[in-house]
Design a protein around this ligand. Structure first.
Ligand code: SF4
Length: 324
């Protein structure tokens, strides 16, 4: 199957191994108080990362329009979410990103902006960096590895160098520096069919190396395993690693991680305004609670206790310390 073809979801989620794992431990996955609205502003990206669960990349036409962004903003205004998290693709590449950031910053006490760094540092986007700083937006930036050739192998030639330059610019603006209130967090993920490394150790290693080699500082680092979806799933299939990888995820099931999985407190809205329990379910085409609901049909928050659509990729969130 070609990389850009949609993944056909397993709709019979009651029979997946993940549901059975929950049942074996007497657990049920339902929504708690939904605090975070994640807004996926489109699949357009300047990179074609090997691990991308959304198949994002250049040439993608699935981009949130100004009208849909307005509909999402209207819902966010009715609800007052504790945080709004703008993601993509590369959100920088949405043509209305300036308006989107300005609008959503007025609708929640905390705005988060996900960046692959290279998109933030190209195409004359200094004004976007300045805007993020002025509005004290938290930046969550992908930095797969501190090894240049590993990072470029996963994300594309020259991406590591562009990412380092972007981090240096963000530091110069005050991001990741003490007492500025400008939070800069990093996300690292493994290259290949491996589980994420220990988060505390990875954070220590990145902190030491980035500071020593490039004078870069940051607030926190999150280390996550890759979800077996999208382009990464295709790679697992092609390389003959899919069943081993799925088994590793399932074998690492940690029942204590279930309570903290992000779908309990987050709702994700896609570029065309439909709701999902999380970004992974969006990638897989599993709508929120298995009902296709558009943002214009929502009045308040999703109800606490409402069901969450699950499938085998959910093991990504419960392996080891979990994915929150
Ligand atoms: S993949 Fe989504 S729905 Fe499944 S456990 Fe993780 S956050 Fe929840």
């Amino acid at each position: 199957m070609a990389d850009d073809q949609p993944f056909v979801p397993e709709m019979d989620t009651e029979t997946t191994g993940f549901s059975r794992a929950l049942a074996r431990h007497g657990l049920k996955l339902t929504r708690g108080h939904t605090q975070i609205l994640q807004v996926n502003v489109g699949l357009l990206c300047n990179q074609t990362c090997g691990h991308c669960h959304l198949n994002a990349g250049p040439g993608k036409t699935e981009v949130m329009t100004r009208q849909t962004a307005g509909q999402v903003a209207a819902w966010a205004g009715r609800v007052s979410f504790e945080a709004i998290d703008i993601t993509g693709g590369a959100p920088e590449m949405n043509p209305d990103i300036i308006t989107i950031v300005e609008t959503f910053a007025t609708l929640s006490p905390k705005l988060i902006f996900r960046s692959n760094l290279s998109a933030l540092n190209s195409g004359g986007r200094e004004h976007l960096m300045d805007l993020l700083k002025r509005l004290k937006v938290t930046i969550v930036a992908s930095l797969a590895s501190i090894n240049a050739s590993q990072a470029d192998a996963q994300r594309g030639d020259g991406v590591f160098r562009a990412s380092i330059a972007a981090l240096q610019k963000l530091n110069a603006l005050g991001y990741g520096q003490p007492e500025t209130g400008l939070e800069l967090n990093l996300v690292s993920n493994p290259t290949g069919a491996f589980m994420a490394a220990d988060q505390a150790q990875t954070e220590k290693r990145f902190r030491q190396m980035l500071e020593r080699q490039w004078g870069i500082t940051f607030n926190h680092l999150f280390s996550f395993s890759n979800a077996p979806l999208g382009r990464f799933r295709r790679w697992l299939e092609r390389s003959g690693n899919l069943s081993t990888y799925l088994k590793k995820l399932a074998d690492g099931f940690n029942p204590c991680a279930v309570d903290g999985v992000m779908c309990r407190t987050l709702v994700s809205v896609s570029w065309d305004g439909y709701l999902y329990d999380c970004d992974f379910n969006l990638a897989r085409g599993l709508p929120m609670g298995r009902n296709r609901v558009h943002v214009t049909d929502m009045i308040g928050r999703p109800e606490p206790g409402s069901p969450i659509a699950t499938a085998d990729h959910c093991y990504t969130c419960t392996v080891g310390a979990g994915f929150t």
